[in-house]
Design a protein around this ligand. Structure first.
Ligand code: FES
Ligand SMILES: [Fe+2]
Length: 422
C-alpha cells in the first residue's frame, strides 16, 4: 500500500512544484461517480481503488485548505514544529516578525530534509548534507562554496499558502488556493465568539486508524451512530437524537446564548465549494438540560472562554473543507484533523484548547478535560476499523443513508462533486 501512497503524494508535491506531471487516468473514476446512487453510501471502489486514492489526493487534499494546528504551539520567534502529511513534510515556523510560515522540508540543493527534529526553537535550518542554511521564512541565507553568481534568492525553501484565523493555522498545497474570505468571516462569527485567537493548546492526541480516510471522516460527520456507539457522549449531547426531537432544546439554548449577549452564528449554514471558495458548514446544537459542556456528565471542566460569562449549554460545530473539524464549548474547544496516510490508513489528531491563562492543576484537570473525546474517539476508531474490514468484502453493497445522517449525505455529495471537478 505504501507504493500507492508514495505515488499519490509525489504527484501532489509535483503539483505544487511542477505542473508538468501527466494527467491521472480519470475515465473509470468519472464512471464510478456517474453511477453513484443518490441517497446511498459510496461503493467499495471509493475505499479500495488506488486510482481513487490518487484522485482524492489531487482533488481534495491538494486543492483544499487544511487546519494544521493552533498557532499557540509555536508562540515564540524561532519556534517550529514538523508535520508529516504522507510523504510531504511541512515545517511550521514563526519568523522574527511573528509571521507564521509553512515550509516544505526539502533542501533546494539535492533534496535532503533540512529539519530533522520534531519541534524546537532555532534561528535557522542547516541542511545536514552540505550545510545550506535557511531562515525561518524559508530564505536561503548561506550556501557554502557556491559560485559568486549563484542566486540564493531563487533557492529558498518552497512554501505552502498559509492563513491564520482566530488562532487556527490553515495551509493549502495549491498554487492557486480556493478563496478563503467567506470561511474567515464564518470563523470570526462562530469560534471568534469563543476567543480561540487567545486560546492555547492544553493537550494533543494522535490516533492511527486502519481505514481509508473517508471512512473516518464519514463517521465523524454523522451522529446516527452516537446513540449505539457512544453512550458517554449521548448522556450529554442532544445531537444523538433526530433534529425534530431536539428542536425545543436548541431553541432554548439559542435563547440562553442570546441572553449572554453573544452573537454566535446560529442555525445551520453551509457553503459548498462550487463557486471556487472553500467549503464550510457551521451549525449549533444543545446539550441536555443540566449539562454545560463536553465532559463526564456535562460538568464544567475549564475556565469560561472568549465572550462567555456563563454557560449557555450549547455546542458550535464546524466542518471545513474535507479534513478539518472544530467543536466549541463555553469552556474549551476541540480541533479534529484527518490526515490520509495510505489507501488503507489515516490519522486523526485531536487538539484540546483552553483559555490562554488557564493552568493545568490550578484551573483544570487534564484527565477530566480530555476524558469525553478520548473515550469517544477510542470508540470511533474501533467502529471505523470494523467498517473498513466490512467494506473490504466483495459482497459489500452500500445501503440507504438514514435521515439522521443528513450531514453524511451532504459530505458524500460534496466529495463526489469535488472528485468529479475538472
Ligand atoms: S542537500 Fe541540502 S545542502 Fe546539499
Ligand atoms: Fe463517533
Amino acid at each position: 500500500m505504501s507504493d500507492v501512497s508514495d505515488q499519490s503524494f509525489l504527484q501532489m508535491a509535483n503539483t505544487v512544484v511542477d505542473d508538468t506531471r501527466p494527467g491521472v487516468q480519470c475515465g473509470p473514476i468519472d464512471d464510478l461517480i456517474a453511477r453513484h446512487r443518490p441517497g446511498y453510501g459510496l461503493v467499495r471502489a471509493f475505499y479500495h481503488d488506488p486510482d481513487v486514492f490518487e484522485r482524492d489526493m489531487e482533488r481534495v487534499f491538494q486543492r483544499h485548505w487544511h487546519c494544521l494546528a493552533h498557532e499557540s504551539i509555536i508562540p515564540k520567534v524561532g519556534d517550529y514544529e514538523l508535520f508529516r502529511l504522507g510523504d510531504e513534510q511541512v515545517i511550521l515556523t514563526r519568523d522574527k516578525n511573528g509571521q507564521v510560515h509553512a515550509l516544505l522540508n526539502v533542501c533546494r540543493h539535492r533534496g535532503a530534509e533540512v529539519c530533522t527534529s520534531r519541534r524546537g526553537n532555532t534561528r535557522s535550518f542547516v541542511c545536514p548534507y552540505h550545510a545550506w542554511t535557511y531562515g525561518l521564512d524559508g530564505a536561503l541565507k548561506t550556501a557554502r562554496l557556491m559560485p559568486k553568481d549563484f542566486d540564493r534568492s531563487a533557492h529558498g525553501l518552497k512554501m505552502l499558502q498559509v492563513r491564520v484565523v482566530e488562532g487556527l493555522v490553515f495551509v493549502s498545497f495549491a498554487a492557486q488556493p480556493l478563496d478563503f474570505a467567506q470561511v474567515e468571516n464564518s470563523l470570526r462569527a462562530s469560534i471568534g465568539q469563543y476567543g480561540w485567537a487567545e486560546a492555547r493548546v492544553a493537550h494533543r492526541e494522535t490516533y492511527g486508524i486502519d481505514a481509508n480516510w473517508k471512512l473516518a471522516v464519514e463517521n465523524y460527520v454523522e451522529c446516527y451512530h452516537c446513540g449505539p456507539a457512544h453512550p458517554e457522549y449521548s448522556q450529554t449531547h442532544a445531537l444523538e437524537q433526530p433534529a425534530e426531537v431536539i428542536a425545543g432544546l436548541n431553541t432554548a439554548m439559542e435563547a440562553r446564548t442570546c441572553a449572554l449577549g453573544i452573537d454566535v452564528v446560529g442555525g445551520d449554514h453551509w457553503q459548498s465549494s462550487a463557486a471556487g471558495a472553500e467549503a464550510i458548514h457551521v451549525f449549533r446544537y444543545a446539550l441536555y438540560d443540566g449539562a454545560v459542556t463536553g465532559s463526564d456528565g456535562g460538568a464544567p471542566v475549564a475556565p469560561l472562554i472568549g465572550r462567555f460569562t456563563d454557560y449557555d449549554g450549547g455546542v458550535t460545530s464546524i466542518h471545513l473543507g474535507g479534513t478539518s473539524f472544530f467543536v466549541a464549548y463555553a469552556d474549551h474547544g476541540m480541533i479534529y484533523r484527518f490526515v490520509p496516510k495510505t489507501l488503507d490508513s489515516c490519522e486523526m489528531e485531536l487538539i484540546w484548547l483552553v483559555r490562554a491563562d488557564a493552568e493545568v492543576g490550578r484551573d483544570f484537570d487534564l484527565d477530566k478535560l480530555t476524558w469525553l473525546w478520548k473515550v469517544t474517539t477510542d470508540e470511533d476508531k474501533s467502529i471505523i476499523e470494523h467498517t473498513a474490514r466490512g467494506v473490504r468484502s466483495r459482497f459489500f453493497e452500500p445501503g440507504p443513508i438514514a435521515p439522521m445522517e443528513y450531514n453524511e449525505l451532504r459530505y458524500i455529495n460534496w466529495y463526489l462533486e469535488e472528485l468529479g471537478r475538472a
